[in-house]
Design a protein around this ligand. Structure first.
Ligand SMILES: C[S@@+](CC[C@H](N)C(=O)[O-])C[C@H]1O[C@@H](n2cnc3c(N)ncnc32)[C@H](O)[C@@H]1O
Length: 308
């Protein structure tokens, strides 16, 4: 249960609108964050609940993930998948559907320079570390543009890096400039909250999924198929297959999965399909709209299968 202290005006003293919340564990599984009603904010509301489905333990929050996570309960999340801005949208070119297009994924993806970008990485990784349960783990995807900063920040913060997964995209687009090798990989770093963590790893399942052989850290998975984009396109959408594997490897049924940069909620779709709880955060309403449609479709699909 939450205990709320509201510092109202008393005997002529100045009103302090800020509320302090004390949490007594254990709470409901989705209560890792404060709800709109109990948030500890002054004048500025840090977030809104965009979508709430308590029956299926799903929630989408609109706002800045650092501000939201800094108000959330600590030690409350089993697993985090973060696909942060790669800071790629700086006027370069790329190949999309066989055509040359400019890399412009959105304002949120513009670089602020190496130092500022690293500061941002440190801040959100620190906020994530606090909300992770002692034995919880975090996965962070990235390319050369950010992954070294992420790895360095993890070491600065005392995370324990467990693995670097090389995600190989067999259908990567060609390199148009012909001055570089074709980019066809991303890295997903896997880390535990700290060096004392006893992280969960479903080793037998991973082995079974790999025809009885130990699973290695190179995973060949295609970019998302058109079917996964039918409710609208997100410029950096991840494939459901990748998220299913990450979730299966590091969580149990009923665990709470958090995605602080959820975009179209690929993480949420995988969580629904695998019976995990999910909280997604994003700044952009447009992407939360796509998220909602995808989550609702995943629920319908799962329920239809159960009725067969
Ligand atoms: C790389 S995309 C994630 C895509 C997602 N994995 C998917 O499969 O659709 C990053 C997302 O983070 C959001 N974002 C950027 N900065 C943010 C912040 N400070 N707080 C919350 N969301 C943010 C962007 O709007 C964008 O949708």
């Amino acid at each position: 249960m939450q205990k709320r202290t509201n510092n109202k005006k008393s005997k002529g003293r100045k009103v302090n609108e800020k509320q302090t919340i004390t949490y007594n564990l254990p709470e409901g599984p989705l209560n890792f964050y404060i709800s709109e009603e109990t948030a500890s904010y002054g004048n500025k509301k840090p977030f809104t609940v965009y979508y709430d489905d308590p029956e299926h333990s799903l929630r989408l929050l609109k706002g800045d993930c650092i501000e939201i996570l800094n108000q959330a309960r600590d030690n409350s999340v089993d697993m985090i998948f973060a696909d942060p801005p790669y800071f790629l949208s700086n006027g370069g070119i790329t190949c999309h559907a066989g055509k040359m297009v400019s890399v412009n994924k959105g304002k949120w993806d513009k670089s602020k320079g190496v130092t500022e970008n690293h500061k941002f990485t440190l801040e959100w990784l620190k906020a994530c570390q606090r909300v992770l349960k002692p034995n919880g783990t975090i996965w962070v995807s990235g390319t050369t543009h950010i992954i070294y900063s992420v790895g360095f920040a993890m070491q600065e913060l005392g995370y324990k890096i467990l693995n670097d997964i090389i995600w190989y995209k067999r259908n990567a687009p060609p390199n148009l400039s012909c001055r570089y090798f074709t980019h066809s990989t991303e890295i997903v770093l896997w880390a535990a909250k700290n060096t004392k963590s006893k992280h969960y790893f479903d080793y037998p399942l991973m082995k079974k999924m790999n025809q009885g052989k130990q699973m290695r850290n190179v995973w060949e998975i295609s970019s998302p198929p058109a079917e996964e984009k039918k409710f609208g396109k997100h410029p950096t959408q991840k494939p459901v297959e990748l998220l299913k594997r990450l979730i299966l490897a590091s969580t149990k049924k009923g665990d709470l999965v958090l995605d602080p940069f959820c975009g179209s909620s690929t993480t949420g779709v995988a969580a629904v399909l695998l019976n995990r709880k999910y909280v997604g955060i994003d700044l952009e309403e447009e992407y939360l709209g796509v998220s909602r449609k995808r989550l609702e479709q995943a629920i319908r699909g799962k329920e239809a299968t159960l009725c067969l």
